[in-house]
Design a protein around this ligand. Structure first.
Ligand code: SF4
Ligand code: SF4
Length: 188
Protein backbone atom coordinates (compact mmCIF):
# COMPACT_ATOMS: atom_id res chain seq x y z
CA UNK A 1 0.00 0.00 0.00
CA UNK A 2 1.01 3.62 -0.49
CA UNK A 3 -1.08 6.45 0.90
CA UNK A 4 0.45 9.14 -1.26
CA UNK A 5 3.19 9.34 -3.89
CA UNK A 6 5.40 11.17 -1.35
CA UNK A 7 5.15 8.47 1.33
CA UNK A 8 6.89 5.08 1.40
CA UNK A 9 4.85 1.97 0.57
CA UNK A 10 4.12 -0.70 3.15
CA UNK A 11 2.66 -4.21 3.16
CA UNK A 12 -0.86 -4.77 4.41
CA UNK A 13 -2.00 -8.41 4.39
CA UNK A 14 -5.75 -8.66 3.90
CA UNK A 15 -6.95 -12.16 4.80
CA UNK A 16 -10.53 -13.20 5.42
CA UNK A 17 -11.61 -10.99 8.33
CA UNK A 18 -13.62 -13.82 9.96
CA UNK A 19 -16.45 -11.39 10.50
CA UNK A 20 -18.72 -11.85 13.48
CA UNK A 21 -21.64 -10.90 11.26
CA UNK A 22 -20.44 -12.42 7.96
CA UNK A 23 -22.47 -11.56 4.86
CA UNK A 24 -20.88 -14.51 3.04
CA UNK A 25 -22.61 -16.86 5.46
CA UNK A 26 -26.05 -15.27 5.25
CA UNK A 27 -26.15 -15.37 1.41
CA UNK A 28 -25.02 -18.98 0.97
CA UNK A 29 -28.11 -20.87 -0.27
CA UNK A 30 -26.87 -24.29 0.84
CA UNK A 31 -25.12 -23.48 4.16
CA UNK A 32 -21.77 -24.47 2.68
CA UNK A 33 -20.10 -21.58 4.47
CA UNK A 34 -20.67 -21.17 8.16
CA UNK A 35 -19.20 -19.77 11.36
CA UNK A 36 -17.70 -22.25 13.77
CA UNK A 37 -18.28 -21.87 17.50
CA UNK A 38 -14.85 -20.29 17.98
CA UNK A 39 -15.74 -17.61 15.39
CA UNK A 40 -13.79 -19.06 12.46
CA UNK A 41 -15.68 -18.89 9.14
CA UNK A 42 -15.27 -22.17 7.23
CA UNK A 43 -16.28 -23.59 3.85
CA UNK A 44 -17.54 -27.06 3.08
CA UNK A 45 -16.39 -27.65 -0.51
CA UNK A 46 -18.38 -30.86 -0.70
CA UNK A 47 -21.58 -28.92 -0.13
CA UNK A 48 -20.65 -25.80 -2.15
CA UNK A 49 -22.49 -25.50 -5.48
CA UNK A 50 -20.22 -22.76 -6.84
CA UNK A 51 -22.91 -20.09 -7.12
CA UNK A 52 -20.39 -17.43 -5.99
CA UNK A 53 -22.97 -15.42 -4.03
CA UNK A 54 -20.46 -15.32 -1.18
CA UNK A 55 -17.79 -13.83 -3.45
CA UNK A 56 -20.15 -10.98 -4.34
CA UNK A 57 -21.26 -10.50 -0.74
CA UNK A 58 -17.79 -10.26 0.82
CA UNK A 59 -16.80 -6.58 1.02
CA UNK A 60 -13.16 -7.51 1.64
CA UNK A 61 -12.64 -9.54 -1.57
CA UNK A 62 -11.45 -12.39 0.62
CA UNK A 63 -12.85 -15.26 -1.42
CA UNK A 64 -11.39 -16.98 -4.48
CA UNK A 65 -12.93 -19.30 -7.03
CA UNK A 66 -11.17 -22.51 -8.09
CA UNK A 67 -11.67 -21.92 -11.81
CA UNK A 68 -9.09 -24.54 -12.80
CA UNK A 69 -8.50 -28.11 -11.78
CA UNK A 70 -6.61 -27.75 -8.43
CA UNK A 71 -2.83 -27.98 -8.68
CA UNK A 72 -2.53 -31.01 -6.38
CA UNK A 73 -5.60 -32.84 -7.68
CA UNK A 74 -3.63 -35.98 -8.57
CA UNK A 75 -1.78 -36.14 -5.24
CA UNK A 76 -4.94 -35.49 -3.22
CA UNK A 77 -7.08 -38.00 -5.07
CA UNK A 78 -8.69 -40.48 -2.69
CA UNK A 79 -7.98 -38.42 0.43
CA UNK A 80 -10.85 -37.97 2.88
CA UNK A 81 -12.06 -34.38 2.63
CA UNK A 82 -10.77 -32.18 5.48
CA UNK A 83 -13.03 -29.21 6.11
CA UNK A 84 -10.38 -27.43 8.20
CA UNK A 85 -7.92 -27.48 5.31
CA UNK A 86 -10.36 -27.51 2.37
CA UNK A 87 -8.39 -30.43 0.95
CA UNK A 88 -8.83 -32.05 -1.53
CA UNK A 89 -9.75 -28.83 -3.33
CA UNK A 90 -12.57 -28.99 -5.82
CA UNK A 91 -12.82 -27.19 -9.14
CA UNK A 92 -15.72 -24.71 -9.30
CA UNK A 93 -15.88 -24.16 -5.56
CA UNK A 94 -14.57 -21.50 -3.19
CA UNK A 95 -11.44 -20.97 -1.15
CA UNK A 96 -10.17 -18.40 1.34
CA UNK A 97 -7.95 -17.91 4.38
CA UNK A 98 -9.13 -20.24 7.15
CA UNK A 99 -6.93 -18.87 9.95
CA UNK A 100 -5.40 -22.37 10.12
CA UNK A 101 -8.56 -23.81 11.65
CA UNK A 102 -6.83 -27.17 12.15
CA UNK A 103 -4.12 -25.63 14.32
CA UNK A 104 -6.56 -23.55 16.37
CA UNK A 105 -8.41 -26.71 17.37
CA UNK A 106 -5.09 -27.97 18.78
CA UNK A 107 -4.48 -24.66 20.62
CA UNK A 108 -1.70 -23.78 18.21
CA UNK A 109 -1.15 -20.45 16.48
CA UNK A 110 -1.96 -20.09 12.76
CA UNK A 111 0.82 -20.97 10.33
CA UNK A 112 1.42 -17.36 9.27
CA UNK A 113 1.62 -16.14 12.87
CA UNK A 114 4.20 -18.78 13.77
CA UNK A 115 6.20 -18.38 10.60
CA UNK A 116 6.55 -14.59 10.32
CA UNK A 117 10.19 -13.82 11.20
CA UNK A 118 9.36 -10.23 12.10
CA UNK A 119 6.54 -11.06 14.50
CA UNK A 120 4.12 -8.66 12.88
CA UNK A 121 1.09 -10.85 13.58
CA UNK A 122 -0.65 -11.29 16.90
CA UNK A 123 -3.40 -13.83 17.38
CA UNK A 124 -5.62 -14.59 20.33
CA UNK A 125 -9.01 -14.44 21.96
CA UNK A 126 -10.76 -11.10 22.16
CA UNK A 127 -12.97 -12.32 25.00
CA UNK A 128 -9.84 -12.98 27.05
CA UNK A 129 -8.27 -9.72 25.85
CA UNK A 130 -5.02 -11.57 25.19
CA UNK A 131 -3.04 -11.96 21.97
CA UNK A 132 0.28 -13.64 21.31
CA UNK A 133 3.07 -12.74 18.99
CA UNK A 134 4.09 -16.01 17.39
CA UNK A 135 7.77 -15.14 17.01
CA UNK A 136 8.71 -13.85 20.45
CA UNK A 137 5.79 -15.66 22.15
CA UNK A 138 5.01 -12.36 23.84
CA UNK A 139 1.40 -12.21 25.12
CA UNK A 140 -0.15 -8.77 25.48
CA UNK A 141 -3.52 -7.20 26.19
CA UNK A 142 -5.38 -6.71 22.91
CA UNK A 143 -7.17 -3.62 24.22
CA UNK A 144 -3.89 -1.97 25.22
CA UNK A 145 -2.22 -2.87 21.93
CA UNK A 146 -5.06 -1.26 19.99
CA UNK A 147 -5.32 1.79 22.24
CA UNK A 148 -1.57 2.49 22.31
CA UNK A 149 -1.18 2.09 18.54
CA UNK A 150 -4.45 3.56 17.25
CA UNK A 151 -5.64 0.17 15.98
CA UNK A 152 -8.49 0.08 13.51
CA UNK A 153 -10.65 -2.30 11.48
CA UNK A 154 -11.55 -2.24 7.79
CA UNK A 155 -14.97 -0.82 6.95
CA UNK A 156 -16.57 -1.39 10.36
CA UNK A 157 -19.41 0.89 9.24
CA UNK A 158 -20.78 -2.02 7.17
CA UNK A 159 -21.76 -3.85 10.34
CA UNK A 160 -19.80 -6.98 9.39
CA UNK A 161 -17.89 -6.91 12.69
CA UNK A 162 -14.52 -7.91 11.19
CA UNK A 163 -12.24 -9.70 13.63
CA UNK A 164 -8.97 -8.51 12.13
CA UNK A 165 -7.43 -5.34 13.57
CA UNK A 166 -4.68 -3.30 11.97
CA UNK A 167 -2.02 -1.17 13.59
CA UNK A 168 -0.97 1.80 11.44
CA UNK A 169 2.58 1.61 10.08
CA UNK A 170 5.25 3.47 12.04
CA UNK A 171 9.01 4.12 12.01
CA UNK A 172 8.97 4.23 8.24
CA UNK A 173 11.98 5.67 6.45
CA UNK A 174 10.83 8.57 4.32
CA UNK A 175 12.76 9.06 1.14
CA UNK A 176 12.12 12.75 0.64
CA UNK A 177 12.56 13.99 -2.94
CA UNK A 178 15.05 16.81 -3.61
CA UNK A 179 12.24 19.11 -4.53
CA UNK A 180 9.41 18.99 -2.04
CA UNK A 181 5.96 18.27 -3.43
CA UNK A 182 4.83 20.99 -1.05
CA UNK A 183 6.48 23.44 -3.45
CA UNK A 184 4.43 21.99 -6.32
CA UNK A 185 1.27 22.31 -4.28
CA UNK A 186 2.22 25.88 -3.35
CA UNK A 187 2.66 26.90 -7.01
CA UNK A 188 -0.38 25.04 -8.28
S1 SF4 B 1 -14.06 -11.27 5.19
FE1 SF4 B 1 -15.54 -11.88 3.62
S2 SF4 B 1 -15.27 -14.10 3.48
FE2 SF4 B 1 -14.36 -13.50 5.40
S3 SF4 B 1 -16.01 -13.73 6.93
FE3 SF4 B 1 -16.05 -11.58 6.25
S4 SF4 B 1 -17.54 -11.55 4.59
FE4 SF4 B 1 -16.98 -13.72 4.91
S1 SF4 C 1 -20.17 -20.39 -3.84
FE1 SF4 C 1 -20.40 -22.10 -2.40
S2 SF4 C 1 -19.91 -21.24 -0.38
FE2 SF4 C 1 -20.29 -19.52 -1.78
S3 SF4 C 1 -22.45 -18.98 -1.52
FE3 SF4 C 1 -22.35 -20.43 -3.24
S4 SF4 C 1 -22.59 -22.45 -2.33
FE4 SF4 C 1 -22.15 -21.05 -0.65
Amino acid sequence: MQEDHSTPPYHMPKPCQHCDNPPCVSVCPVDATFKRQDGIVLIDNERCIGCRFCVAACPYSARMVHWQEPKYAAEDEGKVYDIELNVPQKKGTISKCLFSADRLRKDELPYCVSACPNGVFYFGDQNEDAVTNGTTKETVRLSKLLRDNAGYRLMPELGTEPRVYYLPPKNRIFDFPEKSILDDDHHA
